[in-house]
Design a binder for this molecule. Structure first.
Ligand SMILES: NC(=O)c1ccc[n+]([C@@H]2O[C@H](COP(=O)([O-])OP(=O)(O)OC[C@H]3O[C@@H](n4cnc5c(N)ncnc54)[C@H](O)[C@@H]3O)[C@@H](O)[C@H]2O)c1
Length: 274
């Protein structure tokens, strides 16, 4: 039975992933700065500051893989991005290398490409276009993933998660929602694929409203089961589409992958995005 360490395990994604990862047969080491008290069979929790490399080296001993979740998860000020998403990422990746952990699944985000207009599906080769400070922090982790894979030989899957949730919560998330079981499946690919070197995939479930060309994930064996299309009527009832051509329809929250993140603090004309 393989053991996977989850950093930031007490958060929304860590909590949602526990049951499907246990169901896939993993033993889980749950690491967070907050205490986790509801461990089930095959789970163990430790309070660890995931910016503390020495503590992480100790925690990672004997672990088969890491799911790196802890980060600054809002568009907060730069100092917080640097502390949690940059320094924290360095601590986790360095500790993995020192402890001899062979694999990492890195929780990246669609916000690393959020300022692309939604005029076509985008693949994993597009220019990085973070839509805010948060996206820059996440993009840093992709660069760390590349370095530690190609230079140090760890096997790393960077997953640009859309919105991990029980179901899609609005129209934008219809196109980037990922069901917990599908995210666990992607992580399992990161933990198991023998031929994995470094890959960037999109963490989205299956949808006919696809916004991402996720062919690299499918090539690695990903077969999502979540069906966002089943939620369209419910989502449209609470989040109806704006009138075509209206100011609301042309706003960046509608026209870019990043939604509100793109809109916040945007200066000047969106024409430069095209
Ligand atoms: N929620 C989503 O849909 C989504 C989408 C895209 C990417 N992601 C990525 O997935 C990861 C998890 O997101 P989330 O929604 O669960 O975030 P969250 O804010 O709910 O959870 C983050 C967790 O990290 C912990 N943490 C923060 N600083 C820490 C530290 N120094 N040491 C240890 N733990 C620390 C927090 O206590 C918290 O439990 C993040 O990297 C995020 O960027 C999430």
């Amino acid at each position: 039975m393989k053991t996977i360490a989850l950093t930031g395990a007490a958060g929304s994604v860590g909590t949602g992933l526990r049951a499907p990862l246990l169901a896939l047969g993993y033993r889980l080491l749950l690491l967070d700065i907050r205490e986790i008290t509801d461990c089930r069979e095959h789970e163990q929790a430790r309070v660890v500051d995931c910016t503390d490399k020495d503590k992480l080296v100790e925690a990672f001993k004997g672990v088969d893989g890491i799911v790196h979740l802890s980060a600054c998860t809002t568009d907060a000020a730069w100092d917080q991005q640097v502390k949690l998403s940059v320094e924290g990422c360095i601590a986790v990746f360095e500790a993995a290398r020192e402890a001899g952990v062979p694999r990492i699944a890195y929780a990246s985000s669609n916000h690393v490409v959020g300022l692309h207009p939604r005029v076509r599906d985008i693949d994993n080769q597009v220019q990085m276009r973070p839509d805010g400070r948060y996206g820059v922090g996440k993009a840093f982790g992709e660069l760390m993933s590349s370095l530690y894979a190609y230079k140090f030989g760890l096997k790393i899957l960077a997953i640009r998660i859309g919105n991990a949730n029980d179901k899609p919560i609005d129209r934008r998330r219809l196109g980037n929602w990922i069901w917990w079981k599908d995210l666990a499946q992607l992580i399992s690919i990161g933990m198991e694929r023998e031929d994995l070197v470094y890959e960037v995939v999109y963490g989205v479930s299956d949808t006919t409203r696809r916004q991402f060309d996720n062919s690299r994930a499918y090539a690695l064996g990903y077969r999502p089961e979540g069906r966002p299309d089943e939620h369209v009527d419910a989502v449209y009832a609470i989040d109806p589409p704006p009138v075509p051509g209206s100011e609301a329809a042309l706003a960046l929250r509608e026209t870019t992958f990043g939604g509100d993140f793109s809109q916040w603090e945007f200066v000047g004309s969106p024409q430069r995005l095209y």
